[in-house]
Design a protein around this ligand. Structure first.
Ligand SMILES: *[C@@H]1O[C@H](CO)[C@@H](O)[C@H](O)[C@H]1NC(C)=O
Ligand SMILES: *[C@@H]1O[C@H](CO)[C@@H](O)[C@H](O)[C@H]1NC(C)=O
Ligand SMILES: *[C@@H]1O[C@H](CO)[C@@H](O)[C@H](O)[C@H]1NC(C)=O
Ligand SMILES: *[C@@H]1O[C@H](CO)[C@@H](O)[C@H](O)[C@H]1NC(C)=O
Length: 853
């Protein structure tokens, strides 16, 4: 696990001081969802009370005064202490109210995942303050990492403000209305229909924190670290610290920052490598001041992507002292590296060309929905890293902050994206409604939150903006790019374009030409020629679609086939062939993209494949009525099971790993004697395929532009098919598929057998439907039921089938292509053995034991 809590780690190293206390406010909430508005409130009523929060992030626009008059809401019973919420649901955050289903929610399209995201949600919690909390010397903040959406907060009946955009991270000052003893915190969300093109989630779906600190302190997102001069022997570290004084008297504060190297586990060294000299500041009441400092680190350990580089990190510990008393300790993790965006060489990190081998991913975590979960995020990212990926695009919105911590640790290069639309809509209730008032605060707060992460190497101001050729898009693109450059000049800016011409104005306003799909159809060169000073990359590529383990015949002879009813798709079952050739027409197969990338080598910097994991919503091509619930684009399915495509990318991106992968499965009683093509993904020089020991031929790797080995004339015969890969004439790796018999049992395994008993860590349990010999029955669809005994609970089940409309919390689920997933958590404080039993009619049950500690 990569659990990173810098302050806790500092405590380990004996460096912590208790001046700043940041505690989770995730547990013990009451919640109710209303499909019709239960109060008289709306965004238009609440907006004037939200806008002042934006002031810290408005530089060019007009700031908002606090509205006069009575704030709305005190007469709504939910904000009142006397309201009895015992009938409301008990929930812990992060929470997604829609993920439990059922599917088929009225008014929610297939594109949005058919789950009940819409409605007004109220959350309530008693917040107990000590006399010390309210002694007048401290500020108490509520930090919201993400809340979907139009969120407003009342404390003891007082409306404190809120923030409408669901992907923003924001802060409220509770101090004024907090009193010793019990306080009533009430939070209202309003999630409209048609607010997204994918599954947005619903609720307070990211972490919530209480921060308690001296009234003079480092402000929110208050440090900015850059490394303008880096060599192997020395690095200059520039630091800007923003300090604020929310007290009523002028304060003298000393500001010192000490820098420690972190080891691979994220533990700081005991000795600092640099100290940024003390600055004394006189902070008038209400003032906010930025202080600059600089230091040099000798022989810096650089941050860079594996396998050729190491993601070394440093920790800056900023201490504020008043007299001899430390009053605030604020930590910032950062990395030291150089980035070169070369129009002729692509992307260089620390002077080494790094081909971008990236994937795009939406923020949902499959059966867990949008609710942030660390174990599930670790599982997604490490699965992608095992494929050889080195980059990630946070399509199409700011991610959970913890995801960037993980990317820093893993050495992933992040394309951090702000928006999916500007002032022109894509759906009726999407961000275009907020754009006029909020684009500046949303963009600046996002940049200030994320700009210290070494993993972030690109900023994207938008994805597939409507009317890319219009003067309006160019004007808005230029304005957003200008904001990015003001907040961070150390990275370049892109916008992901899918319908731009090199003659349009928009591409000229950004630094990097990011092309979605257009590159596969020849546009890389046109843009490269028109903009010789700009780097070019595939910001979104492929859009290959498939259903894991589902092979359809006949198989196209093209390595880049458009799916159709005549080939590659079955409109009755709504499955798309796992030969991994099909795309919906605007994209291409993985193979076709590799060809386009090679054609532009080395100046095309690389690609971000659409998508790493399947996601909820956008079930192209079955998004209509009666269609599917989740995407077919993933290289990995929604349950986290790898599709065959995983190994096609691994062969290209991680060619040093000995690996041969063959498809399809070899259990086709109805195809005996029929042509059943065998395809192999491998970085071997040569591969031989044998059916029941009979060679089907040994083939050398194809010429330029051929990325798979194909035996298209193989006739099926029960038994086994083997693929043997050779390098330099010697066997390098092999793969085999054996014909399965009747299903007789369930093979149960778990990815991590020991989990934390914290109520949050998860175990991912896989069930394989197997025959007597343990061979997976590749088309098994037995209904598997889970029972969990001991100090744990079943959270959800899935199988990766985009058409499965069984609600995710169900303990019973059909196998899809032989597999079922159960997600299990330990109870909070749970210790000992959790037994997960899987049962299905007519077969032997299976079991696995997880230890909670
Ligand atoms: C609260 O007061 C406002 C303003 O007077 C009014 O419009 C609204 O209907 C009242 N709501 C409730 C629940 O009483
Ligand atoms: C304060 O709240 C807690 C938790 O809800 C409750 O157990 C306790 O009785 C409350 N105390 C008072 C004085 O109301
Ligand atoms: C402080 O640093 C910021 C960001 O690097 C820079 O824009 C500003 O000019 C610096 N101010 C001073 C006084 O050096
Ligand atoms: C399971 O698979 C069999 C054989 O392919 C099929 O006839 C049946 O309809 C499937 N059952 C379900 C519940 O999908």
């Amino acid at each position: 696990m990569f659990a990173l809590a810098p302050l806790a780690l500092l405590a380990l190293a004996g460096l912590a001081s208790a001046e700043r206390v940041r505690t989770s406010l995730n547990d013990g909430w009451r919640f109710a969802r209303f499909t019709t508005n239960p109060d008289s409130l709306s965004y238009s009523v609440l907006q004037p009370w939200m806008m002042p929060l934006a002031n810290d992030f408005i530089v060019t626009g007009t700031k908002y005064p606090a509205p006069s008059g009575t704030a709305p809401g005190p007469n709504i019973s939910y904000v009142q202490a006397s309201f009895n919420d015992n009938a409301w649901q008990q929930v812990d955050l992060p929470h997604d109210w829609a993920i439990a289903g059922p599917f088929g929610a009225p008014g929610i399209s297939g594109g949005m995942g058919r789950l009940p995201t819409n409605g007004v949600g109220w959350y309530r919690k008693t917040l107990t303050a000590t006399a010390d909390d309210v002694d007048g010397t401290k500020s108490i903040f509520l930090d919201v990492d993400g809340s979907m959406s139009y969120t407003a907060v009342w404390l003891n009946g007082n409306l404190l403000g809120g923030w409408p955009w669901g992907y923003a991270s924001w802060r409220l000052d509770l101090t004024k209305h907090l009193r010793a003893g019990n306080n009533t915190l009430a939070i209202r969300l309003d999630n409209p229909v048609e607010n997204s093109r994918w599954y947005p989630g619903a609720g307070i779906y990211r972490n919530l924190w209480i921060v308690k600190v001296d009234k003079a302190h480092v402000a929110q997102f208050g440090t900015y670290i850059t490394t303008p001069a880096v060599s192997t022997t020395s690095a200059t570290v520039n630091l800007v610290v923003q300090v604020e004084n929310l007290g009523t008297a002028t304060r003298q504060v000393d500001v010192t920052t000490t820098i420690y190297p972190l080891d691979a586990a994220g533990i700081p060294a005991t000795a600092p490598v640099a100290t940024i000299k003390t600055t004394t500041a006189s902070l008038p009441a209400g003032a906010k001041l930025s202080l600059n400092g600089s230091a040099t680190i000798a022989n810096p350990r650089l941050w860079g992507p594996p396998p050729t580089q190491t993601p070394n990190l440093y920790l800056a510990v900023t201490t504020l002292t008043s007299g001899t008393t430390a009053i605030d300790t604020y930590t910032t993790r950062f990395g030291i590296r150089t980035i070169t965006y070369s129009p002729t060489q692509g992307l260089l990190l620390n002077s080494e060309r790094i081909p971008i081998r990236g994937t795009c991913n939406h923020h949902d975590l499959g059966a867990l929905g949008a609710a942030y979960n660390h174990a599930a995020t670790v599982r997604q990212l490490t699965t992608l890293v095992a494929m050889g990926t080195n980059a990630l695009r946070t399509s199409h919105n700011p991610p959970a902050p913890e995801l960037l911590d993980l990317a820093d640790t893993l050495g992933l290069l992040v394309l951090d994206e702000a928006f999916d639309c500007w002032s022109t809509s894509k759906t009726k209730n999407d961000y275009h409604l907020l754009f006029p008032a909020w684009h500046e605060p949303d963009l600046r707060s996002f940049l200030r939150r994320d700009r210290n992460h070494p993993s972030v190497v690109f900023w994207s101001i938008g994805n597939e903006i409507p009317d890319q050729g219009s003067a309006l898009a160019a004007r808005e693109g230029a304005a957003l790019t200008a904001i990015v450059r003001q907040e961070d000049s150390t990275r370049q800016v892109t916008t992901a374009m899918n319908a731009a011409s090199e003659k349009d104005a928009l591409p000229g306003t950004v630094d990097i030409i990011g092309l979605n799909y257009q590159g596969e159809y020849g546009s890389y060169a046109a843009f490269h020629d028109k903009f010789p000073g700009k780097m070019v990359m595939g910001s979104e590529t492929a859009s290959c679609i498939s259903s894991r383990g589902t092979y359809l015949f006949p198989v196209s002879t093209s390595n880049n086939a458009r799916y159709s009813a005549a080939g590659g798709a079955d409109a009755t079952t709504k499955y798309i062939s796992a030969y991994e050739l099909g795309n919906p027409g605007w994209g291409g197969s993985a193979d076709a993209v590799f060809v386009a990338q090679e054609r532009g080598s080395p100046w095309v910097a690389g690609e971000f494949v659409w998508t790493g994991f399947d996601y909820l919503g956008e079930p192209t091509p079955y998004g209509g009525n009666g269609g599917a619930r989740s995407s077919y684009f993933g290289i990995v399915d929604l349950a986290g099971f790898k599709k065959d495509r995983f190994w096609l990318y691994q062969a290209r991106w991680k060619g040093e790993q000995a690996m041969v992968h063959l498809l399809p499965h070899w259990t086709w009683p109805e195809r005996t004697g029929q042509v059943t093509p065998v395809h192999v993904f491998s970085a071997a020089d040569e591969v031989e395929v044998l059916v029941n020991g009979v060679s089907q031929g040994r083939k050398k790797k194809g010429g330029a532009g051929v990325y798979r080995f194909r035996w298209d004339e193989v006739k099926y015969a029960a038994g086994e098919v083997v693929a043997v890969g050779y390098k330099g004439g010697k066997e390098w790796a092999r793969d085999v598929r054996r014909t399965a018999g009747r299903a007789t049992g369930l093979g149960v395994s778990v990815e991590r057998a020991v989990i934390d008993g914290d109520g949050r860590d998860l175990a991912f349990v896989t069930v394989e439907v197997v025959d007597e010999k343990g061979v997976v029955v590749p088309r098994a669809n037995n209904t598997v039921t889970f029972e969990v005994a001991g100090p744990g609970k079943l959270v959800a089940t899935d199988n990766g089938d985009p058409t499965d409309m069984t609600a995710f919390p169900s303990a019973s689920r059909k196998a899809f292509s032989g597999l079922v997933l159960a997600i299990v958590k330990a109870d909070k404080g749970g210790r000992g053995q959790i037994t997960v039993t899987a049962k299905a009619e007519g077969v032997k049950q299976g079991q696995v034991v997880i230890t909670a500690k």
